[in-house]
Each structure stands twice: as structure tokens, then as C-alpha cells.
Write a protein that binds this ligand. Structure first.
Ligand code: ADP
Ligand code: GN1
Ligand code: MG
Length: 345
């Protein structure tokens, strides 16, 4: 989906409902693929993030989840997003001054910090008062369901794109058997359902120079598996190149970054069970495959879900994901050994 253009009136109206009328500039911000995000500058100097949330979410569930999660974290003294106002489909957060997010890791210490931040986030939500959060999108990380949606998208075959993705479909078909592993373990109760973030890509944690952090993009915080959170960290935080790098020779999973992630995550996530620890390395491969399947699906559907900047953007992203999967497969034994080392096995 290419970025929708908003009129000044539309943005002013959105802000006015939250009592913000002294804006001097409202411009597109960040590199998120889902919501329409704007940075708001005002005469008083206070800055805000204005977002129009995607229509793909159950918006009322989302609003309730965001308010519950941020209030809970605040009550525990955990720094989190500050909600200024929320009227679907719009919301305003205070701008997190002094924090920055990156799209790619440039030093292992960032990976370790990010992993620690997501572990602390899961820890802080372990005692979220009942009831459980509701899903904003059902079966979000269910790879089996994502395969079903891919098969549906093949029938859509937007602009005859199927002809371009023969190799990618073969790549997926060779891995269909792995798809059910985590969902099945969850269904059987072999892996616990926890309140997890579900979108732990590196630009969803903001870091400060003093080592402080704030986990953001809380939209998919809902019942899930710690394995999905760890897997998605591996997908983005161990990557040697951008998610949309066209030169695939630059795309691989960096062992030093993976090791830093394991170190940071295991130091913070003391709650993990044996079964979870045993599947950490696998989860990186599975989530990366799953996100690649989602990019491929969106490509075949005609780019209806993820923001795209050019015609085959989703296909380029799918290819980097599959290259990352291959790289993790090649290093599987070493990655398992790293997990064992930090788990003290
Ligand atoms: P999406 O769901 O589309 O990824 P995000 O909520 O992650 O949307 O926001 C997109 C980007 O905007 C983030 O990666 C981050 O760089 C920036 N951002 C979001 N919230 C804030 C905030 N409160 N303060 C500063 N920057 C923010
Ligand atoms: C989206 O919202 P953002 O850009 O942080 C997506 C994730 C994908 C990711 C791929 C709600 O994350 O699931 O892994 O793109 N978020 C949603 O980069 O679908
Ligand atoms: Mg985001």
C-alpha cells in the first residue's frame, strides 16, 4: 500500500479533537509498515506523535489493549508510551524526547540492549490483571494459517505476479512441515501462552544514550509465545543488511548479533521454560519464514497490507527474509550451541 496523502484540514481536525491547535508542522515520520505516523511540532515546543491506526486491526480491541498495557506499565514504574488522547482511528502519544530507533543494528551492544528491553517488557506484563488481552488480528503468528492465506493469494494473482515468484513458492513448499511446530506445542500446553509484544523488530524499541529504553508499537501486544518475540528479534536484529536490501549477497544473519541477542534475552527472561529455551534458535528461522510468507502473500494480493514505496517492494522484502532463513539454517548448529552456552547447558 503506498502512503496515503492526508490534507492539512484532515490532520488539523485529528489534532483538534485532542485539544492540540498550536501545531507548526505535521509531517510523516518513521519507517513503520502499518500505521500512518506523523511527528507534530508545536509553538510551545512540546512534540507529539500522531497516528492513524490501520483498518486491518480490530480498533476497539486495540484501543482497550493499548490503554490497559500502558497503564499497567506506568503503575509498575516502567517507562512506556504516554497516551495524550485516543479517538479511533486517531491517537496521539507524547514524543519520546532523547530516544532514537534504528532500522538496523550496527553494534552487538544494541542487540543485547534491545533483547533485554523486550525481556523486561514481557516480565512486566506477566502480572497484567485478568482478563487476557484480546487479539487485534487473529492467528497473527500462526504459520499454518499464514500458509493458508498464501494459498488464497495465489488465486488472486494480482497483475499475474505468480509468474515472478516460482522460486519463492518452492522455497516455502520445502518448509511446510516445520510450520506447525510452535502452534502445536502451544495447543498441547507444551509451551506457555504469555502476554507478548509480537512485533519485536528493532525499530520498535527506542534507545537512549544512557542505555535507557522504551518498547513502543504496542499494537500487537496480546497473548502469544515468547518464542515469537525472540524469533522476530533474530529476524531484524541479527540481519547484516536492510529488510529491503536488493543485493542478496549482503543479506545474512550475523552470528555476533545473534549471540548478543541470546545473551541479552536470557539474562532478562528468567521465566523461560526448558521447552522455550530449546526452541529459541528454531524460532528465529520460523518467524523469519513466516514474515517472508506474509510479504509474498501481500505481493500476490496487490500490496494491500504493508506500506510499500515501489512496485515490487514486498517481493524484495520476501527475498531478504528467505535469504535470512537460509543463512540461519546454515548456521543452525552454531546457533543451537550459542543458546546452550548462555542457558548454562
Ligand atoms: P508502525 O506500527 O507503523 O510500525 P510505530 O508505532 O512503530 O508504527 O511507529 C513508527 C515509528 O515512529 C517508530 O519506529 C518510531 O521511530 C516512531 N515513533 C513511534 N512512537 C514514537 C514516540 N512516542 N516518540 C518518538 N518516536 C516514535
Ligand atoms: C510490521 O508495524 P511494523 O512496521 O513495526 C508488522 C510486523 C512485521 C513487520 C515486518 C502489525 O511491523 O508483523 O513483522 O512489519 N506489523 C503488523 O517488517 O503487521
Ligand atoms: Mg513499528
Amino acid at each position: 500500500m503506498s502512503n496515503r496523502i492526508y490534507s492539512k484540514e484532515e490532520l488539523d481536525q485529528a489534532l483538534a479533537q485532542f485539544g492540540i491547535t498550536d501545531q507548526t508542522d505535521v509531517s510523516r515520520y518513521g519507517s513503520g509498515h502499518i500505521n500512518d505516523t506523523f511527528k507534530v511540532e508545536t509553538k510551545s515546543g512540546t512534540r507529539y506523535i500522531l497516528q492513524r491506526v490501520t483498518d486491518a486491526f480490530d480498533k476497539e480491541v486495540l484501543k482497550s489493549n493499548i490503554l490497559r498495557v500502558t497503564n499497567h506499565l506506568k503503575s509498575k514504574g516502567v517507562k512506556t508510551l504516554e497516551v495524550v488522547g485516543y479517538e479511533n482511528p486517531w491517537r496521539v502519544y507524547k514524543f519520546l524526547e532523547g530516544y532514537t530507533s534504528v532500522d538496523q543494528i550496527s553494534d552487538p551492544s544494541q542487540a543485547e540492549l534491545a533483547a533485554g528491553a523486550f525481556a523486561a517488557f514481557q516480565n512486566a506484563l506477566a502480572d497484567l490483571p485478568a482478563p487476557e488481552l484480546l487479539p487485534v488480528i487473529k492467528k497473527f503468528h500462526d504459520t499454518v494459517d499464514r500458509l493458508r492465506l498464501l494459498d488464497e493469494a495465489k488465486k488472486v494473482n494480482y497483475n499475474n505476479r505468480l509468474a515472478l515468484v516460482e522460486k519463492e513458492l518452492q522455497f516455502v513448499d520445502a518448509r511446510r512441515e516445520e510450520a506447525a511446530k510452535i502452534v502445536t506445542m502451544m495447543e498441547k500446553g507444551e509451551i506457555p501462552v504469555r502476554t507478548t509484544h509480537n512485533d519485536t523488530k528493532i525499530n520498535n524499541v527506542m534507545l537512549a544514550p544512557d542505555g535507557g529504553n522504551v518498547v513502543i508499537d504496542l499494537d500487537t501486544t496480546m497473548p502469544g509465545s515468547a518464542l515469537y518475540d525472540f524469533g522476530d528479534m533474530v529476524r531484524t536484529s541479527s540481519a547484516a543488511a536492510a529488510e529491503d536490501e536488493k543485493d542478496l549477497s549482503k543479506v545474512y544473519s550475523k552470528k555476533e548479533y545473534f549471540e548478543a541477542l541470546v545473551k541479552g534475552y536470557l539474562a532478562g527472561a528468567k521465566f523461560l521454560t526448558e521447552n522455550e529455551i530449546a526452541n529459541l534458535a528454531f524460532s528465529g528461522r520460523l518467524i523469519t519464514l513466516t514474515i517472508g510468507i506474509r510479504f509474498l502473500t501481500d505481493f500476490l494480493n496487490g500490496d494491500t497490507y504493508f506500506h510499500t514505496a515501489y512496485d515490487d517492494h514486498n517481493l524484495v522484502r520476501c527475498r531478504t527474509q528467505f535469504k535470512m532463513v537460509e543463512s540461519m539454517e546454515e548456521q543452525a548448529e552454531e546457533y543451537e550451541a550459542i543458546v546452550k552456552k548462555y542457558a548454562g547447558k
